[in-house]
Design a protein around this ligand. Structure first.
Ligand code: BGC
Length: 742
């Protein structure tokens, strides 16, 4: 009998036993038998997580250790796969050790809210996409975001989140950008780190993924990413380094792709040398689902847990490798230690989740609050926004704006309450389905302007849309770019002829506003012909309320882009997504199967705005850009060389209260071979009309250094550093010099 089957049989008997004796109303999330903890010294909370892990490890048999280093299979993710009796119906399950009081780990995909809730008839809050939340540049909003996820995971009975995507936006067409936090390592690392800290604050194990350089979906299982170590450390890996330092993650998920000819889950450089040694990561490395390709090599290269775990690498074969001495038992102990210490550190042993009914109202309020800080005002000609409540007629066109807002797909899909608002069906959402959430722009806009005639045209019939636009004072066109895991956009162009729809409406109504519901950047060939543009991303369950508040000026937009919007694909370092050569731009979204290929990131560490600066190209909208209903002035930049801080003043020069995101960039001295400008600090500054505030900000030390591969460390070069500050990466009116003395 395999260990899995054994466990399965045992689990059924144990759950039945506990259910029979549990008092009604307090069934713990994990219905495991509870041994007497007074006889378990590792339950002593006065010991550190590492000490507790060591003590319990000393009690474990080889089979018990083996049980912890792999999951119990694909379970609910794959039709026909067995589902362990104690599984909470999430993406993954690791069986705990009952006799030692070690709980199961029930893992849930939860990048933007909990996945697969419908499967169990549960409710989960859909938050704005993490890329949207990154547009708030608000670490507190990120923490709140993570705490919503942690809170709801506990209520669902999960004790580990597998979100935390921090892959930087090397390619704006990457299908998963909406699950990440943009192109800048400091911003992405900080926002993702804070989000995952929020998860952990709810005593739920947290995660950072997909480590590393999984920056496009096309060919994700076969692409061999080539990038030199210096560039890697200063770009993608820097985002991970910052996020990991903040979040103290329980797990780091290695990705599907290869880096420098080694799969990331058996990549000694990435796992042992960088992650565990240099980043001092204390948690465990778990594979992405099916990303393990070997037993001995993976174990020795730093993989600690094979997920979902039925591919036969870390069960019997690893046991045999340990018995044969190919993998030292000390290495197996290290794997298990890392898992156990993360369980103790997160609190899932001492404070396990208890099932409860999720509070949908609290979740919606939190989601709306984050959305209000995430919506970016990109264009506002002639002050078309905010709309006057007295506007007489408003045309809403396209993208199911009568019923809902768009969400992102794949393993980040959350199930909408009541089913897909655009296409209600019984059951949960399907992979690749374009799913709308019931947050109706039409209803919320009408509520803000009760006397106005607010009418909707679905946009499929351009003539009808034009007719409605002509008959209305204002036309708001909703355009969308549905994105989901495993598929990239072929181009930056909006799909399904939506550019033509915008052009047609704009030529019919001079007061046209475009609302973008996109996974990431898109091109806007019609930009000169419309008066207003709002990027609302995938705005979550409170999205329409947040949008209406912004449209009517009850909330002043404050968000700024965490990614550069290129004018077109030709401006990008890779004008065609690698692996999609020859695929026509009009091709429908689909999984593009490709043979193994190398992808050389010729742009090196110059990702996003750094690339645009190096190539002197003018983007459509630069990184860090976003408008407000008020205006701000910057003055008086000084630099404190000794403390490496900057000081300046921001003033609200307009007529309404607002929050300005003040950005500080640093360009290294010429001794740094690549002295491109880097975001080094920022601050959200809330200001009443006419009010000034002085801000003092530390420059993030890692943004001032270069990675020296000979010394395998960060190096601060002596010299003059150009410090600039202002409202966006391409508008930095304040200039000063930081002197670093040898
Ligand atoms: C995704 C991961 C996800 C896992 C489990 C994989 O396909 O890349 O992000 O956590 O599936 O659903």
């Amino acid at each position: 009998m395999s260990s899995f089957k054994l466990f399965y049989a045992f689990a059924i008997s144990s759950i039945v036993g506990v259910m029979a004796s549990a008092p009604l109303g307090c069934i713990p999330a994990h219905a495991q038998t509870k041994p007497d903890s007074s006889k378990m010294p590792w339950m002593n909370k006065a010991l550190s997580p590492d000490e507790r892990a060591d003590v319990v490890l000393g009690q474990m048999t080889l089979d018990e250790k083996m049980q912890m280093v792999h999951g119990a299979g694909w379970g609910v993710l794959r039709a026909g796969a067995p589902v362990p009796a104690r599984s909470n119906f999430g993406a993954g399950f690791m069986a705990g050790i009952d006799r030692l009081g070690i709980p199961d780990i029930n893992l849930a995909d939860s990048a933007v809210g909990i996945r697969m809730a419908a499967y169990q008839g549960r409710y989960a809050t859909l938050l704005p996409s993490t890329l949207g939340a990154a547009s708030s540049w608000n670490p507190d909003a990120a923490f709140l975001y993570g705490s919503v996820i942690g809170r709801e995971l506990r209520a669902h009975g999960f004790n580990m989140s597998i979100g935390g995507g921090v892959n930087i936006t090397r390619d704006p067409r990457n299908g998963r950008n909406f699950e990440y936090a943009g192109e800048d390592p400091l911003l992405a690392g900080t926002m993702t780190g804070m989000l995952e800290k929020g998860v952990l604050s709810e005593h739920v194990m947290n995660d950072i993924k997909h480590y590393a350089l999984n920056d496009q979906e096309t060919g994700r299982n076969v692409v061999n990413v080539l990038l030199d170590q210096k560039a890697m450390r200063e770009s993608d890996l820097l985002a991970f380094e910052i996020a990991i330092a903040i979040a103290d993650p329980s797990g780091v998920m290695c990705s599907y792709n290869l880096v420098e000819s080694h799969y990331t889950c058996e990549n000694d450089y990435l796992l042992n040398q960088v992650l565990k040694k240099d980043f001092k990561f204390k948690g465990f490395v778990l594979s992405d689902w099916g990303a393990t390709h070997s037993t001995v090599n993976s174990a020795l290269s730093g993989l600690d847990q094979d997920m979902p775990g039925d591919d036969n690498y870390f069960s019997e074969p690893l046991k045999k490798a340990v018995q044969d001495g190919q993998v030292p038992e000390a290495r197996l102990n290290d794997m298990v230690h890392r898992i156990l210490r993360s369980m103790f550190a997160a609190g899932v042993v001492d404070d396990p989740p208890v099932r409860a009914v999720v509070d949908p109202f609290r979740g919606r309020d939190d989601a709306q609050h984050i959305a209000e800080e995430s919506i970016v005002l990109l264009k506002n000609s002639g002050g078309i926004l905010p709309l006057k409540a007295a506007v007489s007629s408003i045309a809403l066109i396209g993208s199911h704006a009568d019923v809902g807002v768009l969400s992102g797909g794949g393993s980040a899909q959350v199930d909408p309450p009541g089913g897909n608002a655009a296409n209600p069906q019984p059951g949960g959402s399907n992979w690749g389905e374009v799913v709308y959430f019931p947050s109706s722009p039409l209803k919320n806009i009408q509520a803000k302007s009760p006397q106005a005639s607010v009418k909707y045209a679905d946009g499929k019939d351009t003539a009808a849309a034009v007719q409605l636009a002509k008959a209305s004072t204002v036309a708001i066109v909703f355009v969308n770019q549905p994105m989901y895991e495993s598929v990239d956009a072929v181009t930056l162009s909006l799909p399904k002829n939506q550019d033509a729809l915008v052009e047609a409406v704009a030529s019919a109504n001079p007061n046209t506003i475009v609302v973008l519901e996109t996974g990431g950047p898109v091109s806007m060939p019609w930009i000169q012909h419309v008066k207003g543009v709002l990027e609302i991303w995938y705005p979550g369950i409170g999205g329409a309320q947040a949008l209406a508040n912004i449209l009517f000026g009850e909330v002043n937009p404050s968000a700024k882009l965490p990614v550069t919007f290129a004018k077109d694909d030709a401006q990008l370092p890779h004008p065609v997504v690698s692996g999609l050569e020859g695929v026509p731009a009009s091709a429908p979204s689909r999984e593009h199967k490709v043979k193994p290929f190398d992808l050389t990131y010729t742009e090196g560490a110059k990702v996003g705005y750094k690339w645009f600066e190096a190539t002197k190209a003018q983007p459509l909208f630069p990184f860090g850009f976003g408008l407000s209903y008020t205006t701000y002035a910057y003055s008086g930049l000084t630099v404190d060389d000794a403390n490496r801080t900057v000081h300046f003043t921001v003033r609200n020069t307009g007529a309404c209260e607002g929050t300005e995101i003040a950005e500080v960039y640093v360009a290294l001295p010429s001794a740094a071979k690549e002295n491109y400008k880097r975001l080094a600090a920022w601050q959200r500054v809330k200001l009443a009309p006419g009010q000034s505030r002085e801000v003092t900000l530390p420059l993030h030390p890692l943004t001032l250094t270069v990675f020296n591969t000979d010394q395998n460390g960060w190096q601060l070069l002596p010299g003059d550093y150009n410090v600039t500050a202002g409202p966006s990466s391409s508008d930095t009116p304040l200039k000063a010099t930081l002197h670093v003395y040898p």
